[in-house]
Design a protein around this ligand. Structure first.
Ligand SMILES: Cc1cc2nc3c(=O)[nH]c(=O)nc-3n(C[C@H](O)[C@H](O)[C@H](O)COP(=O)(O)OP(=O)(O)OC[C@H]3O[C@@H](n4cnc5c(N)ncnc54)[C@H](O)[C@@H]3O)c2cc1C
Ligand code: FES
Length: 393
């Protein structure tokens, strides 16, 4: 024992550690006892499910509404909701025509307003949830449940620096509004340039807010770009090409780019930035859901069309017919199978199912681990069955 004590004396910090342990034992601190308390504190701050009520609805543009959500419980209305980082989203659960589903939406309000979350939703042609949310059915007073805020798309001053460009397309204006406004309110050293692409000049979300911010802050610059302008429109037009990005933002090499819009917009911006030599670590990309046209991606089997029908068998539970071009999670939900999900864009892995037989197309956004691939697990939110399949979950 004395020999080992001699040895331990030579380990830097060992006796400090022993003293701290003894002191804690004196005051009775037992971390194993605190475990439950810590978990319940975290659950209070960041509960798994939130019950929310629509308190106001704003028609932002012809294609977009903002839903202001407050806590449903009467005693909690106007009390703070769980904290979030500007840029994060919640997954909003809803039941439409008997189908239980969910969609993630970025919180477009600022984290300083904790008594509500604003969700800004843009209609999608043929979209299941957006046509419901933006139709006549959803009114003030309607209740929804959701996850707590989540996601990694937010400004990190240590890693991202202070020379920032946000390339936003359409609904990408939602996280842009929260991130830009909160960064400007907080940090006067930051330079933020928003290059905001939209199809039509009368359909630019938060146009007035962004213009007011650009007037108020010298360190915020706004460039609006319209891809389908009406005749005589005098502003910037076209797509966010590498030439336009360079013309507007100058040397790209030292900047951090946030990219958020529909999936094809994100893919195009990444391609342009790569052509400008921007390193991957300088691009922060927010996914916007599954790919819209999976059959155009590398690896999609040539003989399969998106409208081909395949049979999905859920082992021991039943089977149904789905289309190859529809994400597996969506067809499961439509047929009454509930699968946990949050990001619906391949990142969080909550929606994993195991493919026992058949072929599934996994696009690049499906962030599968090697072990998932080896054992046949797929992220059903971005998995497309290209033959008859049998799954287990
Ligand atoms: C992290 C995150 C944050 C987001 N934030 C926002 C936000 O702030 N605001 C916002 O408006 N959106 C946001 N989105 C997108 C949002 O979650 C939804 O994807 C969007 O609202 C469309 O939902 P939908 O149900 O209307 O469309 P869906 O019904 O899911 O359809 C989406 C697309 O797939 C196509 N499709 C559907 N079924 C098939 C099929 N069988 N074959 C081929 N194609 C098909 C549709 O035509 C449509 O183009 C976000 C997404 C993510 C992942
Ligand atoms: S829901 Fe997150 S990976 Fe599918």
């Amino acid at each position: 024992m004395s020999n080992s004590n001699e040895l331990l004396k030579n380990i830097v910090g060992y006796w400090d550690g022993v003293e701290r342990k003894q002191a804690r034992e004196q005051v009775g601190t037992d971390f194993s006892e605190q475990k439950g308390k810590t978990a319940s504190d975290i659950a209070k701050l960041h509960p798994k499910r939130l019950q929310l009520t629509v308190s106001e609805i704003f028609q932002d543009t012809p294609s977009t509404k903002t839903f202001r959500l407050v806590q449903s419980k009467q005693s909690l209305v106007n009390k703070p909701l769980p904290p979030f980082q500007a840029g994060q989203y919640i997954n909003l659960y809803t039941t439409i025509d008997g189908v239980e589903t969910a969609r993630p939406y970025a919180i477009s309000s600022c984290p300083t307003h904790r008594e509500y979350y604003d969700l800004t939703v843009k209609i999608v042609d043929g979209g299941f949830v957006t046509n419901y949310l933006l139709g006549d059915e959803v009114k003030v007073g309607q209740e929804f449940s959701s996850t707590s805020p989540m996601g990694t798309f937010y400004h990190n001053p240590i890693f991202h620096g202070d020379d920032l460009v946000f390339l936003a397309g359409g609904s990408g204006g939602a996280p842009a509004r929260s991130m830009i406004e909160s960064a400007l309110n907080r940090d006067s050293n930051i330079n933020f340039h928003l290059v905001y692409g939209n199809s039509y000049e009368n359909d630019v979300i938060f146009q007035d807010t962004f213009r007011e911010l650009a007037d108020k802050y010298d360190n915020f610059q706004l460039s609006e770009v319209i891809s389908r302008p009406t005749e005589g429109y005098e502003g910037l037009t076209g797509h966010l090409s590498k030439e336009l990005i360079t013309e507007l933002t100058g040397d790209a090499s030292s900047k951090t780019f946030y990219i958020c819009g529909p999936t094809p917009f994100n893919d195009y911006c990444v391609e342009q930035l790569k052509a400008l030599g921007v390193e991957d670590k300088r691009m922060r990309i927010e996914c916007n859901g599954p790919p819209k046209k999976p059959s155009c991606l590398d690896g999609w089997p040539e003989v399969v069309s998106e409208v081909d029908e395949v049979t999905v068998t859920v082992k021991g539970r039943g089977q149904f017919v789905a289309q190859a071009g529809e994400p597996l999670l969506n067809s499961l939900e439509r047929n009454g199978y509930t699968v946990e999900n949050a990001c619906r864009s391949g990142e969080c892995s909550l929606c994993r199912v195991k493919v026992l037989s058949g072929e599934v197309f996994n696009p690049p956004e499906s962030l599968l681990r090697k072990s998932d691939k080896d054992f046949g697990w797929v992220h059903s939110c971005v998995a497309f069955p290209t033959t008859d399949i049998e799954i287990l979950y």
